[in-house]
Design a protein around this ligand. Structure first.
Ligand code: 9MR
Length: 351
């Protein structure tokens, strides 16, 4: 650990903060925490959008705090695939260059997502062969472009339906088959990059045990079908009232395959923590507890299974949870880039 502060001292600061809610923000400003990337014995990531790389306050914070970068949305089909079917890589190239310049790992997110069905693909109604070729070409082009730099890819994102009743129905499943489109995506990604770790990624795996079971069954099905699935991603968009133990149980279950785990998009919403009412001190204490549990559960994984721990943003106002309705504070840094009590709690949970 760097920063001249022991982990125990950090925990002490957290407890002191929790005891005095009115001055939490002021005290956090004076907290001297080591950068997340130095505190953790595994890669720590965040997501970013290309325009944020020009933000004079945010880009140094990212460079100082994390060792892995994920494009928040500009490596999805919604950005890359143009209406005429051509592909656009300017923003992802900028993010990849920033990662290279700052000695960070670069993570690809996301190739196949039920939520993204570009018109250029929808228009392809000339039968399965043309669709299959376009699908393969897309994956080869995107993964191939970052071959040698991307350490991993979310190949299939959010395949399980919300209730955990089955796999989502989407353009890809309709044209290529419910399991087949996923197997093909993994195979094409492997063809494009023999080294990258290929992930299945999903959310609510801690909150909905039934969904987790469905996710794990899909993992089995993919492996049985010979898909080169190499890692499991659990997004971890949770709230401050998440009951203790749920996060650890999810991580332990997922780890049972022995594959690397990516805690891939963590944030802890205060606004969604209905169980804690509006008491700011309770909400922030709950948030700290959830972050500490996540850090601890992830730390306890065998070293070879700790692929990375990614925070879905660093500063609160940049969070996707604040796009439509600002006011949530789900991340580790405040609007001025100062570490919050949640950051101390996360670091305190590391083992
Ligand atoms: O945070 C992302 C937001 O900026 C994008 O507009 C949105 C659609 O591309 O995706 C958000 O990130 C999502 C991630 O890619 C997949 N898991 C859920 C995330 C939050 O919605």
């Amino acid at each position: 650990m760097t920063g001249g502060l022991s982990r125990r001292a950090v925990v002490g600061s957290t407890l002191a903060l929790a005891a005095c809610d009115r001055t939490i923000e002021a005290q956090a400003a004076t907290l001297e925490l080591p950068p997340l990337r130095s505190a953790a014995p595994f890669p720590v990531g965040t997501c970013v959008q290309a325009f944020q790389l020009e933000d004079r306050a945010l880009s140094p914070l990212i460079a100082a705090q994390v060792s892995q970068l994920t494009a928040e949305w500009e490596m999805k089909m919604e950005y890359i695939v143009q209406d005429d079917g051509s592909l656009r890589f300017d923003a992802p190239d900028q993010i990849a260059a920033f990662a290279r310049t700052h000695g960070m790992r670069f993570f690809g997110h996301t190739l196949v997502w039920y939520a993204q069905e570009p018109p250029a693909f929808k228009r392809l109604d000339t039968g399965r062969i043309a669709f299959d070729a376009a699908y393969r070409n897309y994956i080869l082009a995107v993964v191939g472009r970052y071959r040698g730099q991307a350490v991993g890819w979310d190949v299939v994102n959010e395949a399980i339906d919300d209730e955990g009743d089955g796999w989502r129905d989407c353009l890809w499943s309709q044209r290529l088959g419910p399991l087949e489109h996923m197997v093909l995506a993994f195979q094409h990604a492997r063809e494009a990059d023999p080294e990258a770790v290929l992930f299945l990624n999903d959310y609510n795996l801690e909150n909905r045990p039934k969904k987790r079971v469905a996710f794990l069954k899909l993992v089995e099905a993919l492996l049985k079908a010979g898909a080169p699935l190499g890692g499991l991603g659990t997004q971890t968009h949770v709230a401050a009232d998440l009951p203790a133990g749920r996060l650890s149980a999810a991580i332990t279950d997922l780890a049972s395959f022995g594959l690397p785990i990516h805690l891939s998009e963590m944030d802890v919403s205060l606004r969604r923590a209905k169980g804690l009412g509006h008491d700011k001190a309770k909400l922030e204490a709950g948030q700290g507890r959830v972050y500490a549990e996540a850090a601890e559960a992830f730390s306890r994984l065998p070293a070879q299974q700790r692929f990375a721990f990614t925070h879905w943003g660093l500063r609160d106002p940049d969070s996707w949870l604040n796009y439509k309705d600002p006011g949530d504070a789900p991340l580790l840094f405040d609007r001025r880039g100062r570490p919050k009590a949640a950051a101390a709690a996360w670091i305190g949970g590391l083992r």
